[in-house]
Design a protein around this ligand. Structure first.
Ligand SMILES: Cc1cc2nc3c(=O)[nH]c(=O)nc-3n(C[C@H](O)[C@H](O)[C@H](O)COP(=O)(O)OP(=O)(O)OC[C@H]3O[C@@H](n4cnc5c(N)ncnc54)[C@H](O)[C@@H]3O)c2cc1C
Length: 439
């Protein structure tokens, strides 16, 4: 419940930050002869600029603000609210052009002054950011390249929007209005200094080093690291961190990974990483003693937020077992006596990461495991195919509505599982999922 009220608080802060610059705009002395549509267009422009400023705060990973929602929800919100921002940004000049045809003259090449040009370029950049983000995979843009371009264009589009507002000047003509916009600009600058300088320096002072890398089933490798010269991070079972390897924290080459080791053994961290692309395929080559940097913990995917539940249902697909393994290991270390159930889907037994350890965990926990295999060997007697409502129904008891569900795996699997569980009457607020895919 505590997280619910914190969530409401942060939503209120968000709305206040978007609306307050617009109120400043209409406070006191106003430019004359503007009319409703003109003013309305200005409100959209100012609201869009505030939203852009807040985008930097949203993605700056402030732990306290992210905790009630989870970082994936923050990124999801960032994505969705960007569509509203795009609507505002496009509507702002369109309304002006339609309501005041004189504006068309101002936009003609010979007539375009610097601050109007800044606004136009900012608009084009925002459209480009949206297209490259919404269709990154379809356009075949590599994640790292996309991220560099995204950060550069977002910062540039924001600065150009501020230049545009400053240049037009009409609505921020009084000293207090100037002060309000100065405060927005100043806080964004401070934020950039914090994210790109202060935070990386803090990470640099708290390094970790690789202890060993172990091969697992399913093209995955477990990376064990220990803190060097400090006590490490304190995390809740199921959370994840951003890991920087083979580069400095100042670079933007960091990757999110769930902690797979027990939250009761916080002297070191282990991650189980499936080979997928450039970075994940290199992990197996990490030598002992290699310096790595850990930014975290983050995420709301943890049973520690639902500790009063009578039991947990874990549903994993492929490498989605990693955060669930962390939770199972933690429950075992805490000698938890409740009854839990794990549904683990994969191609066949040879591909199921942690298979042997999961079988061992049944001796330490009251844990039932249902393996669901897509391409099993001919002699397989268990469940086959994909996870379905019928499979869940066969193993879940009548008290299923009281349990908390933790789902992690490929995005289509998560979506299907949530739908099937909801059809079985499981309340949505009992379903918790971790997406291994932000963009
Ligand atoms: C919260 C979270 C927890 C995760 N936990 C695990 C885990 O425990 N084990 C595991 O094997 N994988 C995990 N992943 C997925 C892992 O982060 C990606 O597979 C990895 O970053 C891919 O990098 P790559 O260079 O090898 O592959 P690429 O081929 O470069 O990328 C493959 C896909 O991974 C995503 N991706 C790539 N780089 C990043 C990045 N820097 N930040 C975010 N997404 C990126 C993109 O969607 C991209 O299309 C997790 C992801 C998230 C979001």
């Amino acid at each position: 419940m505590k997280y619910f009220y914190w969530g409401l608080f942060w939503i209120a802060v968000y709305l206040a930050l978007v609306i307050s610059p617009c109120l400043v705009l209409f406070y006191g002395q106003m430019p004359g002869g503007s009319g409703f549509w003109w003013d309305f267009s200005m409100v959209l422009g100012f609201a869009a600029t505030s939203m852009m400023a807040i985008m930097f705060f949203l993605t700056a990973r402030f732990k306290r603000a992210a905790l009630p929602f989870g970082v994936d929800i923050i990124y999801y919100f960032h994505k969705q609210i960007s569509l509203l921002l795009l609507l505002f940004v496009v509507a702002h000049p369109l309304i002006l052009v339609v309501s005041e045809p004189v504006v068309i003259e101002m936009l003609k090449p010979g007539m375009l002054n610097r601050y109007m040009a800044a606004g136009v370029v900012s608009l084009i950049m925002i459209i480009f950011i949206m297209i490259s983000s919404l269709w990154r995979k379809q356009l075949n843009i590599h994640y790292d390249n996309w991220r560099y371009v995204h950060v550069f264009l977002s910062a540039s589009a924001f600065i150009l929007a501020l230049i545009h507002i400053e240049g037009v000047g009409n609505y921020i003509a009084t000293p207090e209005k100037h002060l309000a916009w100065g405060a927005i600009m100043g806080s964004c600058l401070l934020l950039i200094i914090y994210v790109r300088l202060i935070k990386p320096v803090a990470l640099l002072k708290r390094p970790y080093e690789v202890v060993k890398v172990t091969e697992e089933r399913g093209s995955a490798y477990t990376l064990d690291i220990i803190p060097v010269g400090h006590s490490g991070i304190h995390f809740m079972a199921g959370q994840f961190v951003w890991l920087t390897m083979w580069s400095m924290p100042f670079s933007m080459r960091e990757h999110p990974f769930s902690i797979a080791s027990s939250a009761e053994q916080q002297d070191g961290l282990s991650f189980t990483i499936k080979e997928l692309g450039d970075f994940t395929s290199r992990v197996k080559k990490a030598p002992s003693g290699l310096r790595v940097y850990v930014d975290g913990p983050y995420g709301a995917f943890s049973f520690d937020r639902h500790s009063a539940a009578p039991g947990f249902v874990f549903i994993a697909g492929g490498i989605g077992i990693a955060p669930i393994m962390c939770m199972l290991r933690t429950l075992a270390d805490r000698k938890d006596k409740r009854r839990h159930i794990l549904f683990f889907a994969g191609a066949n037994l040879d591909r199921l990461t942690f298979y042997e350890e999961l079988i061992e965990l049944k001796n330490k926990l009251s844990l039932e495991i249902v393996f669901v295999l897509e391409k099993p060997d001919p002699d397989w007697q268990g469940e086959t195919g994909f996870l379905t409502g019928a499979i869940f129904n066969r193993y879940l008891s009548v008290t299923k509505h009281e349990l908390e569900y933790f789902i992690c795996g490929p995005v289509p699997m998560i979506q299907l599982t949530e739908k099937e569980l909801h059809k079985l009457g499981i309340p949505l607020h009992h379903l918790h999922s971790e997406l291994f895919d932000f963009v």
